[in-house]
Design a protein around this ligand. Structure first.
Ligand code: ADP
Length: 484
């Protein structure tokens, strides 16, 4: 493939219109935080400052929860369901209209390739609102009795890997079910949530139905511990998920927790190898591997391992790493310095514990946070890189001899969020899917998402489901007393 280069095809930043500072979105307006504190958000691909963001503390959280409570009791839970649905449709359509703006802001703030924010994050986020708009007046079919009620005021905390998409996963079902929300985006990626706040204004959403509070883990903890929250919906690390579970254990708050993963991607010897290689690449290098359901543990049947690895390395040599705003880029920037350090720290144990590292030759930009696409072979099940979530573009490769051994190795993890199966034989796919302890199982594909499909984990990957009827049910109760 030498001598063939892509010309650069940069997306313009002109549409982004990022303000130099943002307040908190409380009760339908942008307001200054009570203590006037702020933090900054940068572009991880260049380390350039993007904006100054208000930092919410306990007092601000209290105001946001009060505004959500008033909106819940006086407006949103009283509104005919059909009317609620109209707001959701309106939001979905505005998101579509402003899709390019959202994609550019997401890529600038997160570091993910514009191709992915444009083709995956933003369309899927709008799709979540369209899907849940349809549910708003059909809640009696959600499986929680004939007269389901909203749970009340929901505190929602989201991570930085799919900022707008995770917001949509949280806000769309909550609103469709008649709840109001206080949402906290991650500290490194607040911008699309703040743009979404503007969309709520544009859609004429009643004040207080959606409140967006920016800040860090301390802000998140204040939201979790606020006494007037009925439910917490969290996506993030298993460690923080456990802390949240502990802090609400003695309260009446309910929770959905979508946590980490170390998904097995199993390739059987009858698989279509070229397709499997594409699926392996998509499974681990999509979104720089900042994906809780990433196929980060590749399990190859031993008799095809050499062939798959040879093809995989050839394919990895074609991955274009660099400017996320370039439409040809496959692998963008790591979201933050802290995350880059974490990736280095865990990956380096692969070297010290005796696995073999391989990366294609690639020139990384001098500014910003970058990690090359990497695979480790010769990995054993006890290695840290086979057990812990790296959350970066690093793949651990293990082998198995018999299908039963493959399944046993796949299930040998504290996680259970997703898994992939590659085989030409339908009966083997069904057999394997039945044995795998994972919430989402893809067959001959990977990382496919749909608002109608429930998503969630087994074991330490979390509680509850998001998406589909099951996700919606988590925002409803059959007990009218639950929502004050
Ligand atoms: P990651 O490792 O992916 O950064 P975290 O779990 O640390 O994931 O962060 C996910 C989200 O949880 C972010 O919005 C973060 O600010 C928030 N968060 C971090 N610590 C806490 C906490 N103790 N309580 C509530 N939210 C928290």
């Amino acid at each position: 493939m030498s001598g063939f280069e892509y010309a650069s095809a940069p997306e313009s930043k002109a549409i982004a219109n990022i303000a130099s500072s943002y307040g908190l979105f409380i009760n339908g307006k942008f307001v200054e935080p009570k203590k006037g504190k702020s933090f900054t958000t940068i572009n991880p691909a260049t380390e350039e400052l993007l904006s100054k963001i208000a930092y919410a503390d306990k007092l601000d959280i209290d105001l946001a929860v009060k505004s959500a409570r008033t909106a819940f009791t006086k407006v949103w839970s009283k509104m005919p369901a059909k009317e609620r649905g109209k707001y959701l449709y309106r939001i979905a359509r505005i998101m579509q209209e402003r899709a390019r703006e959202f994609a550019v802001v997401e890529t600038l703030d997160n570091g993910k390739p514009i191709r992915e924010s444009r083709d995956t994050d933003i369309p899927l986020a709008a799709a979540h609102f369209f899907y849940h708009a349809g549910w708003a007046d059909k809640l009696e079919y959600a499986g929680v009795g004939s007269k389901p009620k909203p749970v009340g005021v929901v505190g929602q905390i989201i991570p930085w890997n799919f900022p707008l998409l995770m917001l949509a996963w949280k806000i769309a079902p909550a609103l469709a079910a008649g709840n109001t929300v206080v949402l906290k985006p991650a500290e490194t990626t607040p911008l699309t949530a703040l743009l979404f706040a503007q969309v709520c204004q544009q859609a004429g959403l009643p004040d207080g139905v959606v409140n967006i509070v920016t800040g860090d883990g301390i802000t998140g903890a204040a939201l979790v511990n606020h006494p007037d929250i009925n439910k917490i919906a969290f996506t993030g690390s298993t460690e923080v998920g456990k802390a949240i579970a502990r802090s609400i254990s003695a309260t009446k708050k309910s929770a959905t927790l979508e946590l980490g993963g170390k998904a097995a991607n199993l390739v059987f010897d009858d698989a279509a190898i070229d397709e499997a290689v594409e699926g392996i690449v998509n499974g681990i290098f999509f979104n720089q591997g900042h994906v809780c359901c990433a196929g980060s543990r590749l399990l190859l049947q031993e008799n095809i391992a050499d062939e798959v690895l040879e093809k995989l390395k050839k394919r990895m040599s074609l991955i274009r790493v660099g400017d996320p705003m370039d439409k040809n880029t496959d692998l963008g920037a790591i979201n933050s310095k802290e995350q880059l350090n974490r990736i280095h720290e865990i990956s380096n144990t692969g070297d010290t514990e005796g696995a073999n590292r391989w990366s294609p030759e690639c020139k990384l930009p001098s500014k910003g946070f970058w990690y090359p696409p990497t695979i480790f072979t010769g990995v054993s099940q006890s290695h840290r890189i086979a057990r812990e979530e790296i959350f970066g573009p690093v793949l651990s490769v293990l082998t198995f001899r018999t299908p039963a051994e493959g399944i046993e190795k796949a299930n040998n993890t504290m996680y259970g969020l997703s898994a992939g199966i590659w085989s030409d034989k339908g009966s083997k796919v069904l057999w394997a899917a039945k044995q795998l302890k994972a919430g989402v199982i893809w067959s001959n594909t990977f990382n496919k998402f749909d608002p109608a499909s429930p998503f969630g984990g087994y074991k330490e990957s979390g509680w509850g489901r998001e998406g589909g009827r099951h996700g919606l049910a988590g925002y409803l109760t059959s007990d009218a007393k639950a929502a004050k």
